[in-house]
Write a protein that binds this ligand. Sequence first.
Ligand SMILES: O=C(O)CCC(=O)C(=O)O
Ligand SMILES: [Fe+2]
Length: 444
Amino acid sequence: MSPSTVTSVLASVPDPSSSAFKKAKRQYIRTTKNRNQDAGANWTPFRAAEKKFKARFPPPDLTDVLDLAAEERGEGGGGGRAISIGSFSDGKNIYTVPAVPGLVLLPSFVSPDAQRTLVQWALRDHARHPNETNLDAHYDLPPEGIWNAHLASLSHPKDVPLIKTKASAVRVVSQGEPSGPRQLISNDAAGTDNLYSLQAIPKPPPEPSTTVSDCSPSELVPKLRWANIGWSYHWGTKQYDFSKGKGHIDSRLRDLCRSAVSSVPWDKVFGGDTLEGWGDDDWKTWNETYEPDAGIVNFYQTKDTLMAHVDRSEVCATSPLVSISLGNAAIFLIGGLTREVEPVPILLRSGDVVIMSGPSCRRAYHGVPRILENTLPEHFGQSPRPADDEADASVSQTESATAVAAPAWEPYRTYMRNARININVRQVFPKGFVPGCQPQSLRQ
Ligand SMILES: O=C(O)CCC(=O)C(=O)O
Ligand SMILES: [Fe+2]
């Protein structure tokens, strides 16, 4: 990483004279006083990397983080770990990372205009009924969704109805705070062979927390953590609940994902492969068969992390998972089929697209141990072009005239100052398949 990149990224790590740094140091001394010096000896390489990047004190050394923006500027941020396999007309590259076969990185694929549109889409149009969010288990949310209730409360501050909790007087076992980290639940990998037994597993609604209280929409907005799109993901069992039907996937998001997938020269990614572990479907047909049908919108506050996990609930175990980063930058770790594989740390900036594809990468452990504070790009200070509300969010490689700041954008900017949004889009089923048909239909 070049000195200029190091400086801009390290701006997110507290300065040693700041009170945040001193507080982190005090906390570190307090919590490590009685710690066994060998505590880290049994950590897997993945766990050790998570610990390193999560640490508030001492602040992590980011020198080895794969930074493709620096690579694009010719400053060598890839350290030889990423290979360009193609480029767009504006000169931006498409990269693979040989250590993780099937991983494709498209830095700055989403234009600043489209990033702002996607942020609006995620908060305003997506995190609301009928899509499920993490808050639904615990609160009676208004039908217009928590974000629109928050906007209304900003316009009418004197008349803000409280959001009521769902917990009844009966004591129930809490499943944790609504804003807490994701639970560690081990789930069976979905496939054509066990789809029907996985469907039969009971998928009860989550228990409402008894430790939360009624609060205003604005207090709840920072507690938003995820929203489902398309097929409904059941977080308790980590399996899809097809009985709920297939939710809508916004056509602009679908087109964006399809354009990312079709821009990749797949023969350069998998051309030398033996096709072992691929099943029926392989990369040669993705231009016709790739069809996103589910996804999770992740909302991170800058202190949040996402622990190591494998996304194994999709029947399509090799087709591309398209992951779009918006807002503050993050460290993304991706390793291999077990936590024993040393992960590659990758700096993901707003507008970057990660594609996880093929049998190794789709089942690789990955996670987000750190969001980097104060890395919101400047263009989040500008409102989208007026037409963007309805406009196509697809990649416009040519940036439009600077937008005039509009009061309507201000709440989004304020939210994004301390946030990162990740839109994680998956293909659960082969194109055209409808669950509930005979199992054989998957194999035709
Ligand atoms: O936030 C990210 O970049 C990754 C999210 C992720 O891995 C997931 O939603 O499964
Ligand atoms: Fe994931």
